[in-house]
Ligand binder design. Structure first.
Ligand code: CAA
Length: 286
């Protein structure tokens, strides 16, 4: 096993690091804590933890807004983002109380949302989705560390990450259609890209549970390990990701993201342009 990355660990307070190009201030610890989140910066690694284990890390709009703000303010030195859940469950998805008339104190319920016009609802969901899509930013590689259930919004959060390290007890479920909803937190595209249209439809339309082995077989899980090894395996993967050149990994992630949608001519043009930037960067280093 490789040695651990050893850099000073800091809990993020009201800050924005000097070298970050971001103009959005990092959400402070108190705000994150209020919505059941933690963020820890450890050198080039940002670890984001869903921290409502008493509610099985179920998710709320306040959390999605905070995640979106966090994503918009990630310091430039961050090369890997790990997303995990506190306790035995990655995430039980949407806090289902939000679907009922009583909602969740301090949070907008679906009933509250329905008081607005259609454009307001569409804009609000757009803002929710930003809590997920930032994990595709080519500046870093995102890794979901999944233990136990990843249901609905929890499954979509895992799908928003580039890689998924999965414990043997993991269970994924796209529960939305069973509740009369669709997966709307940017999860449909990565699901289809990973497992193909037909299997994605079967998984969503049946809202069935997929275990870790099936997730590996389908290409959803990057690795499946015993629960006791989950942290160490994630740390090893993070170390391996950090061992490659930062600029090359960023350029490569961007290239791989465009590879599926661009034609060969456009894609190989992008490869040439990216390599030119790499040559320039490497020769400038001497
Ligand atoms: N929302 C709110 N509270 C939840 C919750 C959720 N999604 N999931 C669990 N909880 C709460 C339970 O109500 C319970 O609270 P109390 O202790 O106050 O009774 C506590 O967390 C523990 O729950 P369980 O006893 O059920 O825990 P478990 O470990 O036995 O089971 C579970 C875990 C399989 C995840 C089960 O809790 C479960 O099925 N939860 C509901 C999952 C669900 O339907 N999520 C919605 C997905 S759809 C979605 O996410 C919509 C979207 O994106 C648009």
């Amino acid at each position: 096993m490789r040695g651990r990355v050893s850099v000073a660990r800091t809990s993020l307070g009201p800050m924005s690091t000097g070298s970050s190009p971001s103009t959005t201030p990092f959400p402070d610890t108190e705000r994150l804590s209020r919505v059941g989140l933690r963020a820890e910066l450890d050198g080039a690694v940002l670890t984001v933890t869903l921290d409502r284990p008493q509610r099985r890390n179920s998710q709320t709009p306040g959390q999605w807004h905070a995640l979106g703000d966090l994503g918009a303010s990630v310091p430039d030195e961050v090369r890997v983002v790990v997303v995990r859940g506190e306790g035995a469950t990655f995430s039980a998805g949407l806090d289902t109380r939000l679907l009922g008339p009583d909602g969740v104190p301090g949070e907008d319920s679906v009933h509250d949302l329905m008081r607005g016009d259609d454009q307001h609802v569409l804009d609000t969901i757009d803002a929710y989705q930003r809590g997920f899509t930032w994990l595709g930013d080519p500046r870093f590689v995102s890794v979901a560390q999944v233990r136990g259930h990843a249901i609905g919004a929890g499954f979509q959060l895992a799908l928003a990450c580039d890689l998924r390290v999965v414990a043997e007890d993991a269970l994924f479920c796209m529960k939305e259609p069973a509740l009369g909803l669709v997966p709307d937190l940017a999860g449909t595209k990565p699901l289809v890209e990973l497992v193909g249209y037909s299997r994605a439809l079967e998984i969503c339309a049946t809202a069935r549970f997929l275990g870790a082995e099936e997730a590996r077989h389908l290409g959803l899980a990057t690795a499946v390990v015993p629960g006791d090894d989950l942290e160490a395996t994630t740390a090893d993967l993070v170390e391996a990701l950090l061992s490659s050149d930062a600029g090359a990994v960023r350029e490569t992630k961007a290239l791989l993201q465009s590879a599926g949608s661009l034609g060969l001519e456009e894609q190989r043009l992008r490869e040439r342009q990216a390599q030119l930037r790499r040559f320039r960067a490497l020769t400038a280093r001497g």
